[in-house]
Design a protein around this ligand. Structure first.
Ligand SMILES: NC(=O)c1ccc[n+]([C@@H]2O[C@H](COP(=O)([O-])OP(=O)(O)OC[C@H]3O[C@@H](n4cnc5c(N)ncnc54)[C@H](OP(=O)(O)O)[C@@H]3O)[C@@H](O)[C@H]2O)c1
Length: 292
């Protein structure tokens, strides 16, 4: 038998999660589940947000039994439907808990279609859903400060040359589906940087990161026999959770905000990730989601 889940997700594993509350999106599988399990193993109170009740409840039970921590709860969250995102935030807030760490981890790649409110699916799930979730929880994060917002981006964001805002209202047209993914991951970096500017001095700090190339379900659309060959060379999900944990808990980055990380170290983001583009994305996201 191998290590119990989350046990190998070490760098950043400082025990700083003990007694603190975290919400991890897409925590039923992959990097998110490993992150949630490692936080629970450190004694954190962990909310497992998932779009599937069946998978979410299975993850809640699995993390409880593998970590011995009973303070793990499933929360329904479909990031492709902003009504579900708002309901998830309301559900969390109704519990009256503080929130010390929001890990915006869920993501889709090579996905085609539109969200319920008519946004390109990868932009809608990877960025816009997390934008609404974070803003709905920001008051609680601020009241719980010091608190952190960790957004799992990707090094794919370096390949995006900018944002065609009109294209975000129609399904991805590229052959591979990777263009829309890169743009959505650039949006993650821009969102985190702009959030840092807006929360400066509040005790809320923000982090965007590349988890590495990780053998998770995200490669489910790659056909056999290419997939098993690819997966063999990748990081495990526990290794992939290390930078998320570092950003969520390490005292080393407690004073930092708005930066991009890779391999538990700061890395310069794409040159396209300017404050002007970040402000423009924030403004459009606010208008599109009718945020005050
Ligand atoms: N794996 C890599 O090599 C890699 C590299 C760079 C960046 N990343 C990023 O790392 C993050 C985690 O990915 P992963 O590799 O762990 O992938 P994964 O195993 O496919 O997990 C993705 C998670 O997101 C959830 N999700 C998808 N659509 C959702 C929606 N509409 N609402 C709520 N949750 C939704 C999935 O739920 P279901 O189980 O129901 O599908 C799953 O829990 C993503 O943001 C990804 O872009 C991964």
């Amino acid at each position: 038998m191998g290590e119990p889940e989350g046990a190998e997700a070490r760098p950043g594993d400082s025990g700083a999660a003990n007694g603190r509350t975290f919400l991890v999106t897409g925590a039923n599988t992959g990097i998110g589940r490993s992150t949630a399990a490692a936080l629970a193993r450190q004694g954190g109170r962990v909310y497992v947000a998932s779009r599937s009740r069946e998978k979410g409840e299975e993850a809640e039970a699995g993390i409880k039994s593998s970590t011995g921590n009973e303070a793990v709860w499933f929360l329904p969250l479909d990031l492709a439907d902003l009504d579900s995102v708002r309901a998830c935030a309301a559900d969390f807030l109704a519990r009256g808990e503080p929130l010390h760490g929001l890990v915006n981890n869920a993501g889709v790649v090579r996905a085609r279609g539109l969200t319920k409110q008519g946004f390109e699916l990868m932009f809608g799930v990877n960025h816009l859903g997390h934008f609404v979730l974070t803003n709905a929880l920001l008051g609680c994060l601020t009241a719980s400060a010091p608190a952190r917002v960790v957004t799992v981006s990707s090094d794919s964001h370096y390949s995006a040359r900018g944002i065609d805002f009109e294209a975000l209202r129609r399904p991805e047209r590229g052959i591979t589906g990777l263009h829309g993914y890169a743009v959505s991951k650039l949006c993650n970096v821009l969102f985190s940087a702009e959030l840092a500017r807006r929360t400066a001095g509040s005790g809320v700090t923000t982090y965007a990161l590349h988890p590495g190339v990780v053998a998770s379900d995200i490669w489910r659309r790659v056909p056999w026999p290419v997939r098993p060959l690819m997966l063999r060379r990748m990081l495990t999900v526990d290794q992939g959770a290390a930078t998320s944990l570092y950003c969520a808990t390490s005292p080393e980055v407690a004073q930092d905000s708005g930066k991009f990380y890779d391999k538990c170290a700061e890395r310069a983001p794409s040159r396209v990730a300017t404050p002007e583009l970040a402000a423009e994305l924030w403004k459009r996201s606010e208008e599109w989601t009718a945020l005050p």
